[in-house]
Ligand binder design. Structure first.
Ligand SMILES: Nc1nc2c(ncn2[C@@H]2O[C@H](COP(=O)(O)OP(=O)(O)OP(=O)(O)O)[C@@H](O)[C@H]2O)c(=O)[nH]1
Ligand SMILES: [Mg+2]
Length: 299
């Protein structure tokens, strides 16, 4: 008898900056979710798909758990919460280079209350000594009460084979949800906007990167063989606009060059990136702006 197909969804949850998106990308084997060294990078629920002949695991990356300051933050937490009811499994990520904090407790409570079987990924094991890992494994284990715990490094790949085998083995029987060659369900506009936002976040400091939202309004091949992309970078104030553009346009130029460097290999053609910085006052606090920018109404 042939092996029955297995499939299911796993919500990737945890405090902000613990390495959820890095882990999702490593498990999928492709960059589907953006990563920066700054907290609160992920703003949407991102689908990443792990394919085997006999199984398909759909990972749902989520915005990290953090203390909300803006209506935008509330929307991000809602996106994280809303991933759980869709999931058969929860993959809770913790950073062993630190002790559990209030946000880790919040994330643990969320998954415990859901009753969904939770696998704990003790991430960033490359950063600390073995005895520290063991002490943290006890702390996070007590907090989360997982069905299994894995010591991993999403950065080096250590422990990932064991983690993925464990997750796949816990999937129920069922048909595949996506074509077997897909790694995500993202549409091109969104993927491009996210890559630009990653470059923005990496180029800016303090509060400014968080005040930026990116939309892609045009993406079309031109007769000259180039792919023309028109993107809007929204900020909340004129002062942020000045910082984003930089002296003589330097900062924006550097962001454009970095984004082109990411996008050209994806599309396999040369890209003309037309970036426009616009002020949308207090967009992080304004419901209609949040909706317009795609942060409300979508999971
Ligand atoms: N040393 C080390 N760094 C890691 C590891 N995993 C992730 N990082 C780094 O941790 C930082 C945050 O990674 P992300 O994947 O963006 O974290 P996240 O949990 O998705 O963050 P949010 O989306 O902001 O909630 C980045 O600088 C990563 O390179 C790891 O296993 N080891
Ligand atoms: Mg993330």
């Amino acid at each position: 008898m042939p092996t029955p197909l297995r499939s299911g969804f796993a919500a990737v949850l945890g405090k902000t900056n613990v390495g959820k998106s890095t882990l999702l990308n490593a498990l999928v084997g492709a960059k589907v979710s953006i990563v920066t060294d700054k907290p609160q990078t992920t703003r949407h629920r991102i689908v990443g798909i792990v394919n085997r002949d006999w199984a398909q695991l759909v990972l749902l990356d989520t915005p990290g758990i953090h203390q909300p300051k803006h209506p935008l933050d509330e929307a991000l937490l809602t996106a994280a919460n809303r991933a759980l009811p869709d999931a058969e499994l929860c993959l809770l990520v913790a950073d062993v280079s630190g002790s559990p904090s209030r946000e880790d407790e919040q994330a643990a409570r969320l998954v415990r209350d859901s009753g969904i079987p939770t696998v704990l990924a003790l991430n960033k094991c490359d950063r600390v000594l073995p005895d520290v890992i063991e002490a943290r494994a006890v702390q996070y284990g007590t907090l989360v009460q997982p069905v299994a715990a894995h010591r991993i490094s999403a950065l080096t790949g250590a422990g990932l084979d064991g983690l993925i085998d464990d997750l796949l083995s816990r999937l129920p029987e069922g048909p595949h949800y996506y074509p077997a060659d897909s790694t995500t369900d993202q549409v091109e506009d969104f993927l491009v906007a996210e890559r630009i936002r990653e470059c923005v976040m990496e180029s800016l400091h303090q509060e400014v990167p968080y005040s930026v939202a990116v939309t892609v309004d045009q993406l079309e091949p031109r007769d000259n063989g180039k792919l023309y992309i028109h993107a809007n970078l929204y900020v909340e104030r004129d002062s942020q606009k000045r910082i984003l553009i930089g002296q003589g346009g330097q900062t924006l130029k550097a962001i454009g060059a970095a984004a082109r460097g990411q996008l050209e290999p994806i599309f396999g053609q040369s890209v003309f990136l037309d970036l426009w910085v616009r002020v949308l006052p207090k967009w992080r606090k304004n419901e209609s702006s949040l909706r317009r920018l795609g942060y409300l109404g979508s999971a």
